[in-house]
Design a protein around this ligand. Structure first.
Ligand code: ARG
Length: 475
């Protein structure tokens, strides 16, 4: 059912309707549209614009529609243009002409912006909860490997030994930043456009502050033109979702590398692996690959929305209808990937022995020689040079650093004594990295304590937010 038409002599051409139609994707806004309609109805009634005898049946019909949609007994039909027109059809089918009463003081422009904010808030809270579950599995895995030495890399080359738990735990940090981004995003997303009408506000005695509060927003919008045109909250959400996706992709890449025969560190569980249709021996880390691959579409969705917004005139333009599919897709994608990666991490075992044997390879203890000389007051440039010469000598004679003789050490630098071998162990190298955030067992323990506390704070906070939101929706 069209929500307009009075001034038109012809109905839209088929191609026009086909291009305009959004109900096949915006239908998922229905519960939020109904909830904001209840808030709008309350204001129309309390300001005396709707008699109780009209308001009550509308309220009843809105509630009926809410449960019919949940049960799937009310759904859009071919002729519905968007979620708003489908729901107004539902109201008029139940109530006749008074079903159209809610259009007073409200336009689809402020309505759709309100609905989309509510949808985004609800789902970003869900994303946050899934991110927290992922953090919990990372923390558990990191603790499991809190005493396992492994090579640490730069440029994908052995750099310095690290605790493997430290290697796993680094991922928690990026997701904490993502959670902070969601918290911070909520401050701006929780601004209600309702009451802005088409663009200029309303001449009717509405109360945007009241509807804002009822819908759990922090405040109502300060400028009605901005309110119906602003999609910063969509672009920002897409950025956050992209960042989460990029963090997931880096985990995916790591898992793929660690699961190779050449590395042989990760034993990804069968439940999180897939086979090959032709090569019976294959066990592929497809979850890790999809985690890596999905980041591309997330960035694509962000780019699409930013490009759509660039240079867009104010106030509402139909271009803005293009905000929804990318947002929905990014939310769906992230909510698909997060539990799979969480499960993959929780069920992967790592080969401690292989990692420990690899830890000192590639002369990854050379920095220990330089640091040893620095402690003997040798300027770092000379210390670095001397350590490099030790590596070169080892390379040309096929030995490891600790296998150089006392005489070879002292001929490379007089301050290099035989006791340098004391620091040429993985254990010593790990123990010595005691700076905050370093890889020593002591620093790692503190890190784990802090990160566990932070994650449990996030968990409480987002559980409360989810509860408050669902109470608001159920009210
Ligand atoms: N389906 C539209 C959208 O998603 C709703 C708003 C339509 N407003 C309008 N003035 N045509 O943006």
């Amino acid at each position: 059912m069209a929500l307009w038409g009075g001034r038109f002599a012809q109905s839209p051409a088929e191609a026009v309707f086909a291009l305009s139609r959004s109900v096949h994707f915006d239908w998922r806004l229905a519960p939020y549209d109904l909830r904001s309609s209840l808030a709008h109805l309350a204001v129309l009634q309390s300001s005396g614009l709707l008699e109780k005898s009209v308001a009550e049946p509308i309220r009843g019909a809105l509630k009926e529609l809410t449960s019919e949609i949940a049960q799937g007994t009310f759904a859009p039909i071919e002729t519905d243009e968007d979620v708003h027109s489908a729901l107004e059809r539902g109201l008029t089918e139940k109530l006749g002409a008074i079903g159209g009463s809610l259009r007073a003081g409200r336009s689809r422009n402020d309505q759709v912006a309100t609905d989309l904010r509510l949808y985004a808030i609800d789902h970003m809270i869900e994303v946050a909860q899934q991110v927290i579950a992922l953090q919990e599995s990372l923390i558990a895995k990191a603790k499991e490997y809190s005493d396992a030495p492994a090579p640490g890399f730069t440029h994908l080359q052995h750099a310095q030994p690290v605790l493997f738990g430290h290697e796993i735990a680094k991922h928690v940090q990026g997701f904490s930043r993502d959670l902070e981004r969601i918290e911070n995003w909520l401050d701006r997303a929780q601004i209600s456009p309702l009451g802005s009408g088409a663009l200029a506000g309303s001449s009717l005695p509405l109360s945007p502050e009241t509807t804002a509060k009822e819908l759990g927003f922090i405040a109502s919008a300060a400028n009605s033109i901005d309110a119906v045109s602003d999609r910063d909250f969509v672009a920002e959400a897409l950025f956050i979702l992209s960042m989460i996706g990029i963090h997931l992709s880096r985990i995916g890449e790591e898992w793929c590398i660690w699961a190779t025969t050449e590395f042989g560190w990760a034993k990804v569980s069968d439940a999180y692996s897939t086979g090959s249709s032709i090569m019976p021996q294959k066990k592929n880390p497809d979850m890790a690959e999809l985690a890596r691959g999905k980041a591309g579409r997330l960035v694509g969705n962000l780019t699409g929305v930013l490009t759509m917004l660039k240079g867009l005139p104010f106030a509402y333009n139909r271009d803005l209808q293009e905000d929804k599919e990318p947002l929905f897709d990014s939310i769906d994608t992230v909510l698909l990937v997060l539990p799979a990666v969480t499960g993959m991490i929780a069920t992967t075992d790592f080969d401690r022995e292989k990692m420990a044997l690899a830890a000192p390879l590639g002369f990854s203890l050379a920095t220990e020689i330089a640091d040893y000389l620095v402690r003997a007051k040798v300027p770092f440039a000379h210390a670095h040079e001397a350590a490099g010469k030790c590596v070169a000598l080892c390379e040309s004679t096929g030995r490891q650093l600790h296998q150089l003789t006392d005489q070879e050490f002292s001929s490379i630098h007089p301050e290099l004594k035989g006791n340098v071998r004391d620091v040429l162990t993985v254990h010593g190298a790990l123990e010595s990295r005691t700076t905050i955030g370093g890889t020593s067992p002591a620093s790692f323990k503190n890190q784990m304590k802090e990160v566990s506390e932070k994650t449990s704070t996030f968990s409480k906070e987002f559980t409360n937010k989810a509860k408050a939101f669902s109470e608001m929706m159920g009210a």
